[in-house]
Design a protein around this ligand. Structure first.
Ligand code: 2HA
Ligand code: ZN
Length: 270
């Protein structure tokens, strides 16, 4: 069997968390990522039937039974994942009962998965029901996106429209828009359920005055979604207090969406 440290999915998790840390999106233990692994690929690097220990999930994730995820650890710092993946990450398999995580690798110091596992697994279920290719759920605290939460209405249409206006690429990258939740207590099944509900409709969900969730087929795609939102939010925060002289018009955004053939939220344009 090949060594897990050579697994492309592990390398990608290390690179992604390091990138996110350096961008300032994941201070201290902020942020978490889960990625659904292809069972055949995982089998090349680890014995998927050897369970190190079992950890209760705290809710019912029956539709994901048998699925294997690599997940960041609770209380762990993105800053440290690259240098010490075995303590800061874990690979879990959802047991047949849907209520237990079987640890296959990682969380070496006795740790466990992120406190936001409900939001992650419930979001995976929601995204898989609309896109069987979805593999990644990512949460972080991007600075400008978060700043914008304090000065912009937390309304899905208005928030999406403002961001679409800030960069020409936005309507093409996230034509489905951004779901927005009010401030809620994090780490709970309630916020998990609310996030998953939004994830049926959106690949991006803002947690009011906390951060953002993204979902996608790959780590790169999901990172790129959040990166594009954050860039647009940065432009907004750099310009919101200045007189606006120019803007990308709704008619121009429509042209972009049509030219690139994306199915956009028509009700989010004026
Ligand atoms: O895992 O970001 O939302 C730390 C957090 C909680
Ligand atoms: Zn958070």
């Amino acid at each position: 069997m090949k060594t897990i440290l050579d697994a492309p999915f592990l390398t990608e998790m290390r690179k992604t968390t390091a990138n996110m840390y350096r961008l300032g999106w994941d201070e201290r233990n902020g942020g978490n990522i889960s990625c659904l692994l292809d069972e055949n690929e995982a089998t090349e690097f680890l014995d998927v039937n050897h369970v190190i220990r079992e950890i209760p999930i705290g809710f019912e994730a029956q539709p994901l039974a048998g699925k294997i995820f690599i997940v960041t650890g609770t209380g762990k710092y993105f800053k440290n994942v690259e240098g010490d993946p075995e303590n800061n990450l874990g690979i879990i398999k959802i047991a047949p009962d849907g209520q237990t995580a079987q640890l296959l690798w990682g969380y070496k110091d006795g740790g466990k998965f992120t406190s936001e596992l409900p939001a992650h697994l419930m979001s995976h279920m929601a995204r898989l029901s609309v896109d069987p290719q979805n593999r990644v759920v990512m949460h972080c605290h991007p600075t400008h996106t978060l700043a914008m939460n304090f000065v912009h209405e937390l309304d899905e249409k208005k928030f999406t429209h403002t961001l679409w206006e800030m960069c020409t690429e936005c309507i093409v990258v996230f034509p489905d828009g951004i779901g927005v939740l009010p401030w809620m207590l994090c780490g709970t099944n309630e916020i998990g359920e609310a996030t998953a509900e939004k994830m049926r409709e959106f690949r991006l969900v803002v947690w009011g005055m906390h951060g953002i969730y993204g979902a996608g087929k790959t780590l790169d795609e999901t990172f790129g979604l959040i990166e594009t939102v954050e860039k647009a939010a940065q432009i907004y925060m750099l310009t919101a207090h200045l007189p606006r002289i120019n803007t990308i018009k709704d008619s121009e955004m429509k042209k972009l969406a049509e030219f690139f053939g994306v199915d956009y939220r028509k009700d989010f344009l004026d």
